[in-house]
Design a protein around this ligand. Structure first.
Ligand code: ZN
Length: 133
């Protein structure tokens, strides 16, 4: 498995508009627009920083994974995403090593990326996303 870089930090927020006021309005990060991923019940907003990005996540439904996360732990960093060269190879290697996965197969993420999550119980409490684009 080859990890190329930190692709983005995923941050759960109650409101992308409020988040944008800070990340774009105050910190001056470029705002790349929003995208809704219906199957994840989430709207995402990307703020590129050189090689990486900040990704804000706002739930589109009270039962969505981001809404549940905020309910349990409040707003804040929800996941770290590593860009990998080949996500299928990475998942196969992790399975072979007995790492608990949330996604056995890659699924579609924002921006046409292929993504998969590792289970936080396997990573010392960090929700890790692999992505290939
Ligand atoms: Zn992400």
């Amino acid at each position: 498995m080859k990890i190329l870089k930190i692709d983005h930090l995923g941050i759960a927020v109650n409101s992308i508009d409020e988040g944008k006021a800070f990340w774009n309005g105050i910190l001056g990060l470029e705002f790349e627009g929003t995208e809704t991923v219906e199957e994840q019940k989430v709207t995402t907003a990307f703020f590129p920083i050189s090689e990486s990005e900040v990704e804000l996540l706002e739930s589109t439904a009270p039962d969505g994974p981001v809404a549940k996360y905020i309910e349990k732990r409040g707003q804040g960093i929800q996941h770290i995403a590593f860009r990998v060269e080949n996500i299928e190879t990475a998942l196969a290697e992790l399975k072979e090593k007995g790492v608990r996965l949330i996604d056995q197969e890659p699924r579609k993420g924002a921006g046409g990326a292929k993504i998969a999550f590792l289970h936080p119980k396997a990573t010392g409490g960090v929700l890790v996303e692999l992505c290939e684009r």
